[in-house]
Design a protein around this ligand. Structure first.
Ligand code: PEP
Ligand code: MN
Length: 355
């Protein structure tokens, strides 16, 4: 199904990265307001905050629900920032829209469930609101695209995708494996979709936020959704991965944004040079084989063996040392010359056997 996607209509959309930042959860009115003021001071234009929190196990903080929506409203009124929150069902969507939430996102656990996504999509029919769809918890690109199709099919055209990584049994460096090839393939399949990266839920650790943001930028992502809290250590959810607005500002200022167009142009030029080198390599190899055949003819006329071991060793040793001087691994040179020598011998065998 071809997706019908329009620009999100968000401030800063034409520049990379488009930033959405804010706490994992709205905990108290004070925490929401303090974080909002700090984010706004650092130029953030869109704030996120979870109101309904999907938790792996019961007993944790599951969000205040509707009670927290007025806090978000107040943050919006006071700072002028737009507000984004997660919705998992029609009731959440209805309450969030009533409270003036500007952007809805679908969480990873919801995206994994087509029934839930369809219900949510149906409840949004006739509403014009940007919806950001996180990847499902499992590495299934079709399920992610399926969720985008369901929501788009309900008439939501201001649609974007958020890459938040994929759950795995043995957690190593990352809380959720990035598996970058999946969002890259999503971009190839739906070229005009805006793609956000969520380094907080991928990394699960504060110190991984900066390198993940940079990697996302280097891979051409459009935006970043980052968890930021006025007192990260005291956060009621995802405390290890949140950064203060000040640290977030520091991280964002250090980002190197390479313009895609320049990169594409310069890489085209470099590839052209590689092609020229490869042409020269083939020409040189062809010339080498012609000479080799002449040697084969000489050996045939003088009753000599094809393989002269001492000569072969000399070539391999000499070229290996030469390669090493030019920064090429001598073992690699050895493998290349072995292959060339093998072909040379084949060509000489053919000359020898010719009548
Ligand atoms: C979140 O953004 O706080 C969240 C719950 O994310 P995810 O759906 O990616 O786990
Ligand atoms: Mn979180």
């Amino acid at each position: 199904m071809e997706l019908d996607i329009k620009p999100l209509g968000l401030p800063g959309e034409d520049r990379r990265p488009l930033i959405i930042a804010g706490p994992c959860s709205a905990e108290t009115e004070e925490q929401v307001m303090t974080t909002a003021r700090q984010l706004s001071k650092f130029g953030i234009k869109i704030m996120r905050a979870g109101v309904w929190k999907p938790r792996t196990k019961p007993g944790g903080f599951e969000g205040h629900g509707e009670k927290a929506l007025p806090w978000l409203q107040r943050a919006k009124e006071e700072t002028g920032m737009l507000i984004a929150t997660e919705v998992a069902n029609p009731h959440h969507a209805e309450k969030a829209l009533e409270a003036g939430v500007d952007i809805l996102w679908v969480g990873a656990r919801t995206t994994a469930n087509p029934f839930a996504v369809q219900e949510l999509a149906d409840s949004l029919r006739g509403v014009d609101v940007p919806v950001l769809v996180k990847n499902p918890v499992n590495p299934d690109l079709e399920l992610w695209i399926g969720a985008l199709e369901r929501i788009n099919g309900a008439g939501i055209k201001r649609l974007a995708a958020i890459h938040r990584g994929f759950s795995s049994y043995d957690k190593k460096i990352y809380r959720n494996l990035p598996m970058w090839q999946i969002p890259i393939e999503l971009r190839r399949r739906i070229p005009n979709i805006k793609l956000f990266n969520d380094p907080s839920h991928i990394g699960g650790r504060r110190d991984l936020i900066a390198p993940l943001c940079q990697q996302a930028m280097d891979l051409g992502f459009d935006g970043l959704l980052v968890e930021s809290h006025c007192c990260p250590e005291e956060a009621w959810s995802d405390a290890k991965q949140q950064v203060t607005p000040e640290i977030l500002d520091y991280i964002l200022n250090l980002l190197v944004i390479r313009e895609e167009i320049t990169t594409t142009e310069s890489i085209t030029m470099l590839r052209r040079q590689i092609d020229e080198c490869d042409d020269l390599l083939i020409d040189t190899l062809a010339k080498r084989m012609r000479i080799s055949r002449e040697i084969g003819q000489y050996k045939k006329e003088h009753g000599m063996n094809i393989v002269q071991t001492s000569r072969y060793s000399e070539i391999i040793d000499k070229r290996g040392a030469q390669g090493s001087l030019c920064g090429i691994d001598p073992e690699c040179i050895k493998r290349i010359f072995e292959a060339i020598h093998e072909e040379s011998v084949n060509q000489q065998v053919q000359v020898m056997n010719r009548n």
